[in-house]
Design a protein around this ligand. Structure first.
Ligand code: MRU
Length: 347
């Protein structure tokens, strides 16, 4: 099984996704700051994976503070949580996990520091384990949407590497394959950071799932030729009305899907919903270093100092989304009421 993060008693091992598929190296993090740095520099990336990593990072952070008196621990722990929260802005799973750890702490803060640290460790492990269970449920709910023989298009990496394991969008693909469906996946390379070419292609290769790598600008032509039956992607944050932030380029695919009458599915856990935001307009969009655009790895491909726009995510309006697949069920033609009903289990 592909394991993007591995918790060991005194450290979090993070598979350095910046080097895949050229190398499979784990970075050993012993401090909260090291984990936050791995999130910021994309060694660990993908909404659910950064949430789980952040939770373990806070356990390491709590351990760093174990000699402090209770009041000092409280202030310093909150500071670490706030620093972790700021590592990346768009994927809400990060703040969701930080908030969950803080809530746990608030409920037990009168206990001995040693017990607090043990309970926080249990909470982080629960977040991690729940994510794998959640993804398997997403796979189970989503696989009936994948027809036998389907040609599927995906963008970025919403696989095991982007989660605690199994994946969201690729979890649906995995489940369909486990059920014996003959399918084929077109993998968008996903410029500028190439999560498709480097990570999704590698994952599919590991699993022996048939795939073809394309550059992002080839998707339209494939759809025009009737070669895409289904598009399935992950999400970084879904607003109350269903507008969905995901890797830059997702919105373009959704527009193409609408034009070519191809179903467009988003697979995401309930921790990716942000019901405090009315629409996608309120979702903060991360802008990253211009070198991601001007360079491919260390090789410069553009004039020196050329002006660059590098938003890491875009927002797909809800009307372009055929369904959102969650661990609690499928939200077809999503809107605010249906989202709340499925998330609260009152549908
Ligand atoms: O910048 P990244 O690689 O963290 O972006 C990841 C994505 O956009 C994924 O599609 C999303 O986080 C869903 S992962 C299950």
């Amino acid at each position: 099984m592909i394991r993007p993060i591995i918790w060991e008693e005194d450290q979090l091992k993070i598979l350095d996704q910046r080097n895949i598929p050229l190398a499979l190296d784990y970075i050993r993090c012993f401090t909260c700051r090291e984990v936050a740095e791995c999130i910021a520099n994309l060694s660990v990336r993908g909404a659910p994976a950064i949430g789980a990593a952040a939770a373990f990072g806070l356990v390491l952070g709590a351990r760093e503070l174990r000699e402090l008196p209770k009041e000092g621990f409280k202030n310093a722990f909150q500071e670490k949580a706030s620093h972790m929260h700021q590592a990346r802005p768009t994927a809400v799973n990060l703040s969701w996990a930080v908030e969950r750890m803080l809530n746990k702490y608030r409920g037990i803060r009168e206990k001995d520091i040693k017990d607090i640290i043990d309970i926080l460790e249990e909470e982080a492990l629960t977040i991690y384990q729940e994510d794998i269970i959640t993804n398997k449920k997403i796979g189970e709910f989503g696989s009936p949407l994948i027809p036998e023989g389907a040609q599927i298009l995906t963008h970025c990496n919403a696989g095991a590497l982007a989660t605690a394991g199994y994946g969201t969008a690729l979890g649906v693909v995995r489940r369909a394959v486990e059920q014996g469906k003959q399918i084929h996946v077109y993998v968008d390379e996903t410029r500028p950071v190439l999560q498709g070419a480097r990570l999704t292609a590698w994952e599919l290769e590991q699993e022996k799932i048939p795939y073809t790598l394309i550059t992002d600008n080839m998707a339209a032509m494939l759809m025009q030729k009737g070669k895409v039956d289904v598009i399935i992607v992950g999400a970084d944050r879904i607003a109350e009305n269903g507008d969905t932030a995901n890797k830059i380029g997702t919105y373009g695919l959704a527009v193409l899907a609408e034009f070519h009458n191809v179903p467009f599915y988003v697979a995401a856990p309930s921790s990716t919903f942000d019901l405090t935001l009315k629409s996608g307009e309120e979702i903060p969009i991360e802008e990253r270093d211009s070198r991601e655009v001007t360079h491919v790895f260390t090789q410069r491909i553009a004039p020196e100092d050329c002006p660059v726009f590098n938003p890491s995510f875009d927002v797909t309006p809800v009307e372009l989304i055929s369904a959102i697949i969650t661990e609690k069920g499928i939200i077809a033609k999503p809107d605010k009421e249906k989202i709340i009903a499925v998330l609260q289990g009152t549908n």
